[in-house]
Design a protein around this ligand. Structure first.
Ligand code: SF4
Length: 214
């Protein structure tokens, strides 16, 4: 069994696969409290319903999406998340996992394309970063920073130079929605020649920031 907040189909709004039709599996529960969290509804551990693995797979199969994203909350809090990831891979789809970076990703199947946050000071959860995770990232994985202000950007730039200089994963910088001007972030990246990819949350551009289940 696994505790599911919601399952729905949309367009992947972030990552290097932004724009691809995608089925979202949102697991319930998160131990973090990021200041900018946009999925507050999925933070409580009782915000979901227990579902059997086969029922989850049956529901996912209805949409026939080439891409399935497991997200949260923090999906890795639930130990059956690893089993779900493997079962999804076994169906032949591309599987992405969004994780806060606060829990170990060591046991996540290698074929899963991980999108791992590094929490900045502005998130209020910087102390949760599980730095050993960096060594478990591969070329198809992605590291995401959500930046609230210039201080966050400068902290992130230092982390890239000091801790991420040898990573083969793609580094994504996202301006925090409504808080950091995307134009400013573009200018800083270009000025510093940072080896990153800037991204917007495409789903918020399309449907607005408040809409859920898209
Ligand atoms: S890790 Fe994600 S779900 Fe949890 S509080 Fe932070 S932004 Fe929200």
């Amino acid at each position: 069994m696994i505790n599911i907040h919601e399952i729905y189909q949309s367009i992947q709004g972030e990552s290097t696969l932004a724009g691809v039709p995608c089925t979202f599996i949102r697991l319930a529960g998160c131990p973090l409290r990021c200041t900018y969290c946009d999925t507050l509804q999925a933070i409580p551990f009782d915000s979901g319903s227990a579902m059997g693995m086969d029922d989850v797979l049956t529901q996912v199969a209805i949409w026939e999406s080439p891409l399935v994203l497991v997200t949260g909350g923090e999906p890795l809090v639930q130990k059956n998340c690893l089993l779900l990831l493997q079962k999804l891979l076994d169906t032949g789809v591309t599987v992405q996992l969004e994780t806060s970076g606060a829990l170990s990703i060591k046991s996540v199947p290698v074929a899963v394309r991980k999108i791992m946050d590094i929490k900045t000071p502005g998130s209020g959860e910087e102390q949760r970063n599980h730095w050993q995770n960096i060594q478990h990232l591969h070329a198809h994985d992605e590291i995401k920073f959500v930046l609230k202000d210039q201080l966050d950007y400068e902290w992130c730039r230092q982390i890239i130079h000091e801790r991420l200089k040898d990573t083969s994963a793609t580094i994504l910088l996202s301006p925090c929605w409504g808080q950091l001007n995307a134009e400013d972030l573009c200018a800083w990246i270009l000025q510093d020649k940072l080896p990153v990819r800037m991204q917007l949350q495409m789903h918020k551009v399309i449907w607005g920031a408040e809409k859920t289940g898209v």
